[in-house]
Design a protein around this ligand. Structure first.
Ligand code: ADP
Ligand code: ADP
Ligand code: ZN
Length: 214
């Protein structure tokens, strides 16, 4: 099962990807998490990526594509994966398709979690991310039972720099320009499925599970 999650920043891709990964026993591969791990470890790549991320811009394809596609060749991905945050541009999508074609494989589904822009700012300003393990919460819709700390690892929860309202607006316009065209791209391949992402997260998940089990 090879799935790509589509949707605006804050639509709930990561939340759903984690639920799918847990239920179907395939890894959740998040390009944003890969970049944040590099930033945390102080790598050269992390330093370069952070400059773009802090401005709400996409990290250039040259720094992104090989990194993520290489991750898909790891042993844990042999039965599939949930890709979250990649591809984000048409060139990224084409490179992924070519890499899969070379090994005789293909994506099974592109799942678009559809949430209008009006809901996004509330989602993002309330998002809290764990500095330790990357788990995400929402102060209203999915609060941590441990308050300011992570339920999983106990580390501190923070508002990501790029989740501040100024940057969110920029990320939304970048999304509409560069990422939304992927919806038509995957529709053209016949693998696009859309779900209403404004529902409660368990209902969104039920809709996705129904697609995967159809
Ligand atoms: P969100 O889950 O809110 O959509 P992500 O964690 O996926 O955010 O991404 C955070 C930032 O990391 C993006 O705004 C962008 O700067 C960078 N990034 C993540 N994935 C990609 C990608 N595939 N291409 C370019 N930049 C990316
Ligand atoms: P993305 O990966 O698309 O950027 P996230 O999964 O991180 O989005 O979700 C963004 C924020 O919205 C998080 O704080 C998350 O807890 C919350 N959230 C996710 N899905 C829902 C939902 N269906 N209803 C309300 N809040 C949600
Ligand atoms: Zn944690």
């Amino acid at each position: 099962m090879k799935i790509v999650m589509l949707g605006a920043p804050g639509a709930g891709k990561g939340t759903q990807a984690k639920m799918i990964a847990a239920k179907y026993q395939v890894p959740h591969v998040s390009s944003g998490d890969i970049f944040r791990a590099n930033i945390k470890n102080g790598t050269e790549l992390g330093k370069k990526a952070k400059e773009y991320m802090d401005q709400g811009l996409l990290v250039p394809d040259e720094l992104t594509v090989d990194l993520v596609i290489d991750r898909l060749s790891w042993e844990d991905c042999k039965n599939g994966y949930i890709l979250d945050g990649f591809p984000r541009t048409i060139p990224q999508a084409k490179t992924l398709d070519e890499a899969l074609e070379k090994i005789g494989e293909h994506l099974d589904y592109a799942i678009d979690v559809d949430v209008p822009d009006e809901n996004i700012v509330t989602r993002m300003s309330g998002r809290r991310a764990c500095v330790g393990c990357g788990a995400t919460y929402h102060i209203v819709y999915n609060p941590s039972k441990k308050g300011e700390n992570c339920e999983v690892c106990g580390d501190q929860l923070i508002l990501r720099d790029d989740d501040k309202p100024e940057t969110v607006q920029k990320r939304l316009s970048v999304y509409h320009e560069q990422t939304q065209p992927l919806i038509d791209y995957y529709a053209g391949q016949g693998i696009l499925k859309s779900v209403d992402g404004t529902q409660d997260m368990n209902d969104v998940f039920a809709a996705i599970a129904a697609i995967l089990e159809a």
